[in-house]
Design a protein around this ligand. Structure first.
Ligand code: GLP
Length: 242
């Protein structure tokens, strides 16, 4: 694991966007795995800036998002679809047909998840996966528990995640209780992984991840220790207990 301690959130965002930009320059048809949440917002802003000011070309880039709330339609402002278009896709020259996000309204969820993994495989797997991390160590929506699943699947959110994500909703009752997420197997098969963590509320989980040398289903992010090309970028606040 390569660890970069960034000065602050802007520095973290700049560094993450530079890694993504350099991979796109090396491979213009990069298969890019994307994350949502507050943490990657600055990275998306930087990528939009690189597109506008330096002509970073997304026309051949293919994206697969990690997850989507279940029971929420694409046009719902709380959906990850909406988030991705508002914060990133509509500002760059990515082709709509190259964008993949799980469908939160999928009728046959099992078939939908299977197709999602098949689609990733069709493109030869993910080249670069961008990740955030939940306060409980979840990545995508792979929550801590007795077992972790490898493939894309429907999952129940933990109370901790529902509470953490309630800040984006009017009330706790409105937070979806389920989500579709890529599994740990799909994530870990990405050729390169960049994990971002910012702020004091991530300090504890980052210390746990960076200090311990053990893999446990109680901390899904710990599986990244098994991967040979992971860059962790954290700001000083997230690093304060490390
Ligand atoms: C959500 C997303 C994760 C994200 C996590 C942390 O639950 N499913 O992909 O990493 O939240 O979010 P934030 O960056 O807002 O702390």
């Amino acid at each position: 694991m390569d660890l970069i301690i960034a000065k602050d959130y802007s520095d973290l965002s700049r560094r993450a966007s530079r890694i993504i930009a350099s991979e796109i320059k090396k491979k213009p048809d990069l298969v890019l795995g994307l994350a949502t949440g507050s943490t990657p917002l600055g990275t998306y802003q930087e990528l939009v800036r690189l597109y506008r000011e330096e002509g970073l070309d997304f026309s051949r880039v293919v994206t697969f998002n990690l997850d989507e709330y279940y029971g929420i339609s694409m046009d719902n402002p709380q959906s990850y679809h909406y988030y991705m278009f508002e914060n990133f896709f509509k500002h760059v020259n990515i082709k709509p047909e190259n964008i993949h996000i799980p469908d939160g309204m999928a009728g046959d969820v099992e078939a939908h998840c299977k197709k999602y993994d098949e689609e990733i495989a069709k493109y030869g797997g993910i080249d670069l996966q961008l990740l955030g991390i939940g306060q409980n160590g979840h990545i995508g929506f792979n929550e801590p528990g007795d077992e972790l699943l490898t493939a894309t699947h429907l999952t129940n959110l933990t109370q901790n995640t529902i509470e953490a994500n309630s800040r984006f909703f009017k009330s706790m009752d409105e937070v979806p209780k389920q989500a579709i997420t890529m599994g740990l197997g799909t994530i870990i098969q990405a050729k390169k992984i960049v994990l971002l963590a910012s702020g004091k509320n991530k300090a504890e989980i980052m210390a746990e991840l960076l200090d311990e040398n053990a893999v446990s289903t109680k901390n899904p992010a710990s599986f990244l220790l098994l991967h040979k090309d992971v860059t962790v970028i954290i700001d000083e606040e997230a690093a304060m207990l490390y």
